[in-house]
Ligand binder design. Structure first.
Ligand code: PMP
Length: 439
């Protein structure tokens, strides 16, 4: 990438004009000093030409990396050919996008397209409610499902608070051994007790009132909480026993992030509905959707789905999906994520934990990892937000773009990252943690 295309004055202008925007989840005027001008592969550049390694994938989104030539070319070609078409119109690119998505998952029958992740969750819940004729949705505390009506009500973190206006949302604790609600001392015990808890909640609320169990197969924003073996299968059995629809929210974990096309494929569980967005086209054009099992689809042969969006199956999104999934297949990118996790990131992050007592736990798989930072390893007390803010600044100074949440650093690079870049990132993390000193 040549630096002559970047002008420091543009950075100043971007920051100045930034006050014209009220940013998501932000106070107005709390401008981020880091401006992003260009991206290529796993690298980003600011307007001063400073280079950064992207260890965030821009909110765990760009699995295939920035400016992948095949995806860029597909979008450009499609824009010239047909940039928009009404929903419910047949279009080859749209049909091919559905075909490619269904090729990554066994046993599901059709795709419903949305604009992003939240409305994917919204529509999955709607499908489950129409299909079952019931209302309630069971989801996890420690989850994030999006910032629209039912999706934010299903979310189990602080962002739900103040947004609660929908009835019928019930929460339970999913498994999380490091901070167990169940006094469990092993993964197996944690999984069993969390299942027992979910069972009790459903029985207490009335199993015949539940339309859906909605969970992230690996809760992402909540801390990359890989479930114990058997937990998702246990939810499947619980759903089957009571005629409840199992919705797996793969918006963040899907499309290769964990080293399989979908996170739930590690557990061999069969979902009824799968929500997706982000990795399906690496975020090049906003898109999301729901993948639907045959028996649920049957409901919508008898009556129309009461939902639709102008941009559903947008041609630019469709073209980018086809190109992304083809490139991921040809370049064996999902296998690359599995390799990075097993051979570089997993061992590298565990080695960091041996040197830095601030790391209480390392969790994850594939290119989906979290460092749980603690003030005290004995009590597992999370570090203060100011510690994470300092670490973030130290990482940015060293050319590393992190994703941070609460007391955690999430290590979520594009899946196309080379082994050497991954090692450079680990070395920067090591240095920044050392510079941070004791919490
Ligand atoms: N579900 C999950 C699991 C997510 O991680 C997210 C976004 N981080 C969403 C839903 C919402 O997606 P969007 O921001 O595209 O609406």
């Amino acid at each position: 990438m040549s630096e002559h295309q970047l002008h420091p004055a543009d950075g100043d202008r971007a920051r100045e004009l930034d006050r014209l925007i009220l940013h998501s989840w932000s106070k107005h005027g709390s401008t981020n000093p880091f401006t992003v001008a260009r991206g290529e592969g796993v690298r980003l550049w600011d307007h001063d030409g400073r280079e950064y390694l992207d260890f965030s994938s821009q909110l765990v989104n760009t699995n295939i990396g920035h400016a992948h030539p095949r995806v860029v070319e597909a979008i450009q070609r499609q824009a010239a050919e047909l940039a928009t078409v009404a929903p419910a119109t047949t279009n080859l690119r749209r049909s091919e996008a559905a075909e490619r998505i269904l090729s990554t998952i066994d046993g599901l029958a059709a795709v419903f397209f949305t604009n992003g992740g939240a409305d994917a969750v919204e529509n999955a819940i709607r499908m489950a409610r129409v299909h079952t004729g019931r209302t309630k949705v069971l989801s996890h505390y420690r989850s994030y499902h999006g910032n629209t009506g039912a999706a934010i009500n299903a979310t189990g973190d602080h962002r739900r608070l103040g947004n609660e206006f929908a009835l019928g949302h019930v929460h339970c604790f999913g498994p999380f051994l490091y901070r167990s609600e169940f006094w469990a001392t092993s993964e197996e015990q944690e999984g069993e007790r969390a299942l027992q808890h979910a069972r009790r909640v459903i029985e207490s609320e009335g199993p015949e009132t539940f339309a859906a169990i909605l969970v992230e197969p690996v809760p992402g924003t909540a801390g990359i909480l890989v479930p114990p073996p058997g937990y998702l299968q246990g939810l499947r059995e619980l759903a089957d026993r009571h005629g409840i629809v199992l919705i797996l929210d793969e918006v963040m974990a899907g499309f290769g992030r964990t080293g399989h096309w979908f996170a739930h494929q590690h557990d061999g569980v069969r979902p009824d509905l799968v929500t997706f967005a982000k990795g399906v086209n690496s975020g090049y054009v906003p898109v999301g959707g729901v993948i639907i099992a045959e028996h649920i689809l049957g409901t919508f042969r008898e009556r129309p789905i009461p939902g639709g969006l102008t941009y559903a199956g947008h041609p630019l999104a469709a073209a980018s999906i086809v190109a992304t999934i083809d490139a991921m297949t040809d370049e064996r990118i999902v296998e690359r994520a599995a390799h990075l996790g097993a051979d570089i990131l997993g061992p590298g992050l565990r080695a960091l934990a041996e040197r830095h007592p601030i790391i209480g736990e390392v969790r994850g798989r594939g290119c989906f990892w979290a460092l749980d930072l603690v003030a005290d390893r004995g009590t597992r007390e999370p570090v203060d937000a100011s510690v994470v803010a300092r670490l973030k600044a130290l990482l940015l100074e060293r050319g590393y773009v992190p994703f941070t949440a609460d007391n955690r650093i999430h290590v979520t690079p594009p899946l196309v990252m080379g082994d050497d870049d991954a090692r450079v990132g680990l070395a920067i993390l090591d240095e920044a943690l050392a510079a941070l000193g004791s919490p």
